[in-house]
Ligand binder design. Structure first.
Ligand code: SF4
Length: 467
């Protein structure tokens, strides 16, 4: 199986969806590396399956245009995305790979097909039409969490020869701990250090944490209605205003200090956890910058739990890094043993996995032993099993935004239970719950896998039709 780094699981990007926005964006960028830009007259993109059914709400068409233009997801000014898209739409021209203008009529050149490709529910086919009459065609699949592949790719090509401790199951992680006589954090850190220097590891973790905090802070301070037509009001700034006791802060640092230096009741802390999660996912829904963790729809759970620990627990300097290393490893176990794609497994694969990751990270930084860390992840996932994906109007808003608050709270509870339990008495292992999640995913009806054909999406559509 492939080796997955913590930086594959956590990626800085743009909302609202890792599989439906970032994956197609990345696929478009991969495609333009393979074509003859000079000879290209235009490009047609065919979207299939879930990408087609919920692509409008998830901004897949916008992502394709930005990817073909070769904008970088990490550095694009998210405030200008609407302007870039309007320029393409009004001019009928797209600056391919930021090099050459081609004719491009968005509603004609991006086709939402009512079919699904057999390999994976998120299929995307690009066709470049050359001036000499030739074409170049490639098909990609967005397989969750911003990862893409092509049919026939050997996903097992990996770095097992590079990293000292390959881990595909939680059992293997435990075995390495036994063999090396060290901790889970240390085993995972040594694997990361086989891929990069200590300085790079520290820098990149700091960059992730900065972006997570930015998305929380920004979301806590932007009032208004989210785009897409559902008229969903941003609630994080309202909660922030209710909870914050000192309002004389001028920036994120001062705001955080204002929270840390106050005494909050249990109920208020609970509200802060929800506020942090809402903030990130309201930013995500507004096409702003977030950290994929392990997906964009679930991007609020981990920052929220980490911020909770940062503000309300006695934390040490290394906690951010240790939390993210453990959480990242748990995310990769789910990716290897099941899926982190809602189009494959419903929302259990997004919110469920992020909750398990956060529970494990929180347990690790609160002194949990490896078995307790794994137990926390197992408990968190156990209570998300079967959770369906049914985004109303294909937007990552209802139920997605609130669902992140639930994932965060369950993660904290799971961690507390694990920390006060004897894991030797646990009846279910993390590997077993991962297997259960995968079997549940395979049994789940397609209408609950990011198609907006069932659940809340269907009921709301019917209600609107009746009005
Ligand atoms: S319902 Fe869950 S899996 Fe589906 S789009 Fe929303 S957050 Fe993602």
């Amino acid at each position: 199986m492939a080796t997955i780094s913590v930086f594959d699981i956590f990626k800085i990007g743009v909302g609202p969806s890792s599989s439906h926005t970032m994956g197609p964006w990345k696929a478009a960028q991969a495609f333009i590396q393979k074509i003859d830009i000079e000879k290209t007259a235009t490009i047609v993109t065919d979207l299939y399956g879930s990408l087609s059914k919920t692509g409008i709400g998830h901004g897949t068409d916008l992502a394709v245009m930005l990817g073909l233009s070769d904008f970088n997801v990490k550095t694009i000014d998210t405030n200008k995305i609407n302007k870039y898209i309007d320029n393409i739409k009004y001019s009928g021209q797209l600056k391919l790979k930021n090099e050459k203008f081609i004719d491009f009529i968005a509603h004609e050149h991006i086709i939402f097909n009512n079919t699904m490709l057999p390999f994976h529910p998120n299929g995307i086919k690009f066709t470049a039409f050359y001036t000499d009459g030739d074409i170049h065609q490639e098909t990609y699949y967005s397989i969750g969490g911003g990862f893409i592949c092509q049919e026939g790719d050997d996903l097992s090509v990996d770095l097992v020869n590079v990293i000292p401790y390959p881990i595909n199951t939680s059992k293997e992680l435990e075995n390495w701990i036994k063999e090396t006589g060290t901790s889970a954090i240390e085993v995972i850190r040594r694997n990361e250090l086989a891929l990069r220097t200590e300085e790079e590891l520290t820098e990149r973790i700091a960059e992730l944490w900065k972006n997570m905090q930015d998305s929380i802070y920004n979301g806590c301070h932007k009032f208004g209605i989210l785009p897409g037509g559902l008229e969903v009001e941003r609630r994080a700034p309202i909660l922030n205003r209710q909870l914050i006791k000192r309002e004389d802060y001028k920036n994120r640092k001062q705001w955080k200090a204002a929270i840390i230096n106050e005494k909050y009741s249990f109920s208020q802390i609970l509200k802060w956890v929800s506020c942090f999660a809402l903030a990130v996912n309201e930013e995500n829904a507004a096409f702003s910058r977030v950290v994929t963790a392990p997906t964009n729809g679930a991007a609020g759970v981990i920052p929220s739990v980490l911020m909770y620990h940062h503000c309300f627990n006695n934390q040490s300097a290394k906690d951010i890094e240790n939390f993210l290393l453990i959480a990242g490893e748990i995310g990769s176990l789910f990716k290897k043993g099941a899926t982190i794609s809602a189009a494959m497994g419903g929302c259990q694969a997004e919110i469920g996995v992020s909750s398990a990751m956060a529970a494990a990270g929180l347990t690790a930084v609160n002194g949990g032993k490896c078995k307790q860390i794994l137990m926390a992840a197992e408990i968190a996932m156990e209570h998300h099993l079967g959770l369906t994906c049914d985004p109303v109007n294909g937007l990552v808003q209802i139920p997605c935004i609130e669902r992140n608050t639930m994932g965060a709270i369950k993660a904290i509870t799971a961690s507390q239970i694990a920390l006060s339990s004897d894991p030797a008495k646990a009846r279910i292992s993390l590997d077993e719950v991962i297997r259960t999640m995968w079997e549940t995913a395979q049994d789940m009806n397609t209408k609950y896998k990011e198609t907006s054909d069932g659940g809340l999406a269907k009921i709301v559509r019917e209600m609107i039709a009746e009005c």
